[in-house]
Ligand binder design. Sequence first.
Ligand code: GDP
Ligand code: MG
Length: 166
Amino acid sequence: KSGFISIIGRPNVGKSTFLNRVIGQKIAIMSDKPQTTRNKVQGVLTLDDSQMIFIDTPGIHKPKHKLGDFMLKVAKNTLREVDAILFMVNATEPRGKGDEFIIDLLENNETPVFLVINKIDQVHPDELISIIESYKDKYDFAEIVPISALQGNNVDRLLETIQKYL
Ligand code: GDP
Ligand code: MG
């Protein structure tokens, strides 16, 4: 099994920390899968029976800039080409405009989207529950997975869950 996974989310939610943890602990090799020019491979995780290719989707990371219609279309289309989307949010911050922008981009997308709630080491379990509730009605997420990319909590479970979608 192998597949492309796009990690999206506003700046500082922990995307790079997550990737470093995942790729750093296992041997990363380049995939021989054809790569579209629109998507930049950030890391490849090779396990016994699967390969996960994490990619960067241009246009998703800069919600501050006003994107033209064309750029918006490109960003939306790249999200249709992957096997799973990890939408990462910060458990310590309320939902913001950057998050709303991304949720809008996901509209009418058939790709499974995981809501990855990061930095759970920083919040009380009750807070986590209310964060989950605040996102639940915004989008029909395939999975909701709380993690701490920094400390590693639940990261293996997230990887196992992703494997089911490849
Ligand atoms: P990115 O902009 O989404 O790539 O975010 P980074 O990976 O650069 O992380 C931004 C900041 O959040 C850094 O200072 C990280 O150390 C911190 N951070 C990332 N993940 C966690 C986490 O799970 N818990 C805590 N407490 N801090 C985190
Ligand atoms: Mg980063």
